[in-house]
Design a protein around this ligand. Structure first.
Ligand SMILES: Cc1ncc(COP(=O)(O)O)c(C=O)c1O
Length: 377
């Protein structure tokens, strides 16, 4: 640290030069986050001092958090769901399985997840000391129920289903998982970190939430397709499941107990999430999802014409394309400024069509993809 502080304008210049190195999202087709909605940014700034880790000092922000959980509970068919705003999908997944583990006292607990599960479950396993068992996927990249059933044993404490898988944007058969969970008396967590703000607004209807009896908890992230500021994840529990197994005594705060993983936590992100949800409403989110889906279908159509076939018809705003010479093509696309990613098994080009993209960008991407494919034909 400098002995003497710098002038504000000098510090701002340092920030500007760092910011210049960041991407501006324009050519990013690999991210599950996007530019937050301007109203979320305004709300975030208004609540910048607020710390929900000690919410006795910030009862107004705490009310907003309760309202956000209520709005999300309504979206997921249980207006009385309880929960809190986490730092994101990772914290939500850890905390959900922490409840499952704390409710059950087996000495070598295991959890069965789809092999498409996000790597946050590997972190969860490491932190909680639970074994993660990965179930096979079917030909459409949904979890195979027979494989899940085979992996369940006397030490299984929970099952996980994904509603909007990170790589394929696929939705697991949540009702079948719930039947299994109920028949084996297991906790069922649905990870809709990405899908939570997409699936309710798709034209095709899916049952993936608390309307399915047997679903115990859900992850759904406002800071992904919810257009909120980072860090805003959502963790919800069915109304009659409480968060008591997470509670820790907090002797020197204005509150007596804390259930979050983080101690100090952002009230600003909660205000951002509340503002954007109130401002967009269901109609606003539907428009965003419709637009992303239209662009996703256009990319798939354009890629098909170039001979790059999709692994599945897109369910959500993620396209996975079987392209020849994948690594070379990605390198070439990168040279043209595009950020793309890959799926692991099978390896394919993975494109996430987020709200920061526009129709012109999509056309430019298709044309650049065409050039790259022709170069290696
Ligand atoms: C399905 C799913 N779950 C969990 C996560 C983790 O979310 P975060 O990065 O907000 O911790 C992601 C992130 O992409 C995800 O796609």
């Amino acid at each position: 640290m400098n002995q003497k502080g710098l002038l504000e304008k000098e510090v701002l210049a340092l920030l500007d030069s760092a910011r210049m190195k960041d991407t501006s999202y324009e050519k990013v087709l690999s991210a599950m986050c996007t530019r937050p909605h301007p109203i979320a940014v305004k709300a975030h700034m208004q609540f910048i001092e607020s710390n929900l880790g000690d919410f006795g000092l910030f009862p107004g922000t705490k009310e907003l958090e309760e309202k956000v959980i209520r709005i999300m509970g309504e979206m997921y068919s249980d207006p009385n769901a309880c929960g809190y705003i986490t730092t994101g999908g990772t914290e939500s997944n850890i905390q959900a399985l922490r409840i499952a583990r704390n409710l059950d006292h087996r000495s070598h607990p295991n959890v069965v997840v789809p092999s498409s599960a996000h790597f946050s479950f590997d972190k969860t396993a490491d932190l909680l000391g639970v074994e993660i068992r990965k179930a096979r996927l079917d030909s459409e990249f949904r979890v195979d129920i027979d494989s899940v059933e085979t992996l369940i044993d006397d030490n299984t404490i929970a099952l996980v289903g994904i509603a909007g898988s990170t790589e394929f944007g696929q939705i697991d058969p949540i009702e079948d998982l719930a039947d299994l969970a109920l028949s084996h008396d297991l906790f069922l967590h649905v990870d809709a970190a990405f899908g939570g703000f997409v699936i309710p607004f798709l034209d095709k209807k899916y049952t993936f939430d608390f309307s399915v009896s047997g679903v115990t908890s859900m992850t759904s992230d406002p800071h992904k397709m919810g257009m909120a500021t980072i860090p805003a994840g959502g963790l919800l529990f069915r109304q009659d499941t409480c968060m008591r197994p997470l509670e820790i005594d907090t002797p020197y705060l204005t509150i007596r107990k804390q259930h979050s993983l983080a101690g100090t936590r952002s009230g600003a992100a909660v205000a951002g999430a509340y503002a954007v949800m109130m401002h967009l409403g269901r109609e606003g989110y539907k428009k965003i999802v419709d637009r992303c889906m239209k662009m996703t279908h256009r990319i798939v159509q354009g890629a098909n014409e170039l001979g790059a076939t999709p692994l599945i018809d897109p369910v959500m705003n993620i396209a996975t394309l079987d392209v020849p010479e994948l690594d070379k093509i990605r390198k070439e696309l990168r040279a043209k400024g595009w950020f793309t990613s890959v799926t692991r098994e099978p390896r394919a080009l993975r494109l996430i069509i987020m709200p920061h993209l526009g129709e012109e960008t999509i056309e430019k991407f298709i044309s650049d993809l065409g050039e790259c494919i022709r170069k290696f034909q």
